[in-house]
Design a binder for this molecule. Structure first.
Ligand SMILES: [Ca+2]
Ligand SMILES: [Ca+2]
Length: 610
């Protein structure tokens, strides 16, 4: 090679490098053009994993390419395939820790144009379409809240609110029997009570106080953290025209049911309102078997006491619409607390009760032996509402060294959130404890963020095998909530980016390639384990429901194509272990999506690129 040639090549190389580094928009775009001419370019592949709804203009926008890729770059093309708008380089290959998936990152962040786009990579079909715009999660935020309306028991869902998923009222629960396990002197065998309303818990038609506990907390705290946002969020439910924010209408629907679950004679709370056995895969109300309330439990009673104390705080501000509600909540909470003091460790042990009482009960048990966390949470809610030192002392007795992500059976973190939310209004003697809580919460949040770079999907979710439990998608959403609470403590934006990475996970940037909310995304669950969706004769499932997500436990024994921790998900109505829906999974999704929507102006996500 002569000197001149070498010189020219080196110059071209330099030039190319400079262009790539400084002017990525300007490489026009030879490799993108070649892709466009290839036969596969118009077909879709789920090999490129991205948030199937899309991104705000001014946030990080990550897509993940899975499988072996022969070429080093990706192209962003307008959704009609006409205009190639951006070319970028792929990151290094990584191997995922919890499946055999290999990944490479495509970082779309510098591209800030609004519109609808696809990604193209040479040798692959093109990605699912995605949007970049300022209101990209707006409809989703409303839909996941409206998911609760679709779960309402004892009331017909009219077409003007429910669209094609309109249905009859289902279980009225106007007459419910006291199960022999719950008999007392004041309510002897054969007593009938009324326990209408509330939400169906999940894919089944029963109503469980323990799972209502964390669900109600999560929705009420969404309102406590973002009152102005929710003041104007309307979701087209029968109460949308009244003066209460729709999220509180929805909460109130379940709260009124919860009141019926308290025994007025002693303050204890029945563990659940249930059939003896699960209904078949039929519409609500088809089955006419007896409904029961079963034995009171300490977990249910403490969860009830916590929710009522929190609700009293929230509904106090709506005295003109609901003049007596806050007082009723306080009274119910106090009576529940007194029952728990007298019965500090009554477990709902279904197998044991079935040996003693008939009929056998075969529905969800939600049994919990470890109650220090329930004591701590209930005491925290009552303390924050009442400022009575007696409850602070119970928190002190039950706080221990460890705290983790909340779940229906482990509600310790809810106490942290509540104490920290109201830290400025607490008595001085609480300040030392609040500092401990603050430190622990931030430590957890920092651990989440520190491991993102070693995760093959660059998300907070999926850094530990333990993330892939039954309801793993709620783990992802709850991690998002924890990070948002960290942001509230010190205002560091990095925590919100971590929360956003999990929103991306839930909407498609994950090892399964699914957008996990029904009715959203290109590849979305069509067959959730959800009786109305199975039985209503409509192809599309009821919208706005978050499915459980990957769960290598596969307790349903259904057929799974993939069985690694992060891929063990199947879109089948058989698969209650990975494809059921549940109120305690939808609630953190409501919190997460709407928190991000509430933040988007404050944090500049939605500003247009100048
Ligand atoms: Ca309303
Ligand atoms: Ca517990």
């Amino acid at each position: 090679m002569n000197e001149q040639k070498i010189y020219t090549q080196s110059l071209l190389f330099q030039l190319e490098k400079r262009i790539k580094i400084f002017r990525p928009e300007r490489i026009l775009f030879l490799s993108c053009l070649l892709i466009q001419l290839s036969a596969d370019a118009q077909k879709l592949t789920d090999q490129i994993r991205l948030n199937q709804l899309g991104y705000y203009p001014n946030t990080s926008k990550i897509a993940i390419v899975t499988g072996k890729v022969a070429y080093e770059s990706f192209c962003i093309v307008s959704a009609d395939g006409e205009d190639t708008l951006y070319e970028g380089g792929l990151g290094r290959e990584m191997k995922s820790a919890y499946s055999s998936t290999v990944t490479r990152i495509a970082d779309l962040s510098p591209f800030r144009k609004t519109g609808e786009f696809v990604l193209r990579i040479r040798g692959l079909k093109q990605s699912f379409p995605f949007r970049i715009d300022n209101s990209v999660y707006n409809e989703l935020g409303k839909a996941v809240l409206k998911g609760f309306y679709y779960q309402r028991s004892s009331m017909a869902l009219e077409e003007k609110y429910a669209g094609k998923w309109n249905r009859g009222a289902g279980h009225s629960d106007a007459v419910v029997l006291i199960h022999p396990s719950a008999v007392t002197d004041d309510r002897p065998a054969g007593t009938k009570i009324s326990s209408p309303g509330g939400w169906y818990d999940a894919g089944d038609y029963n109503k469980y106080i323990v799972n209502s506990g964390i669900t109600m907390y999560t929705l009420l705290s969404a309102f406590e953290d973002f009152p102005n946002y929710y003041d104007t969020l309307q979701i087209n439910i029968p109460e949308s025209k009244d003066k209460l924010p729709d999220i509180l209408n929805e909460v109130l629907y379940n709260l009124r049911w919860m009141f019926t679950m308290q025994d007025p004679f002693d303050g204890g709370v029945y563990h659940k309102c249930t059939n003896a056995e699960f209904d078949g895969m039929v519409m609500p109300g088809v089955t006419k078997t007896s409904r029961y309330v079963v034995q009171k439990s300490t977990a249910a009673t403490l969860d009830f006491a916590a929710v009522m104390a929190q609700a009293a705080r929230v509904f106090k501000k709506f005295k003109s619409q609901l003049p007596r509600l806050a007082d009723s909540c306080l009274k119910a909470s106090a009576n529940a607390w007194l029952w728990a003091l007298k019965h500090p460790a009554v477990e709902y042990d279904q197998a044991r009760l079935n040996k003693e009482y008939k009929p056998d009960i075969g529905t969800g048990a939600y049994s919990d032996k470890l109650l220090a966390d329930e004591w701590m949470w209930a005491a925290s809610e009552i303390f924050v509402t009442s400022k009575n030192k007696m409850y602070f002392e119970v928190i002190e007795q039950n706080i221990n060294d460890s705290v983790g992500l909340p779940s229906w059976s482990n509600v310790r973190m809810l106490a942290y959130y509540t104490m920290l939310r109201y830290q400025d209004n607490l008595p001085k003697y609480a300040s030392e404890m609040v500092q401990v809580m603050r430190k622990r919460l931030l430590k957890l949040a920092d651990e989440y963020l520190n491991r993102v770079s070693s995760n093959a999907f660059a998300t907070v979710m999926g850094q530990s095998r333990r993330d892939f439990v039954w309801g793993s998608n709620a783990v992802a959403a709850n991690q998002g909530i924890l990070l948002i609470n960290a942001y509230f403590l010190n205002g560091e934006k990095k925590y919100i980016f971590g929360a956003l990475s999990n929103l991306d996970y839930l909407l498609g940037r994950n090892a399964t390639g699914y957008c996990f909310v029904t009715g959203f995304g290109t590849k979305s669950p069509m067959h959730p384990h959800h009786r109305p969706s199975v039985a209503d004769g409509i192809d599309e499932p009821v919208p706005g429901l978050l499915v459980g997500g990957p769960n290598p436990g596969r307790q349903d024994k259904c057929h799974y194509l993939f069985t690694d921790p992060e891929t063990s998900y199947v879109d089948s109505d058989c698969a209650y272990a990975s494809n059921e829906v549940a109120i305690n999974w939808n609630a953190p999704m409501v919190y997460l999506v709407n928190a991000i929507e509430a933040f988007k102006h404050e944090l500049g996500f939605s500003e247009m690129n100048k």
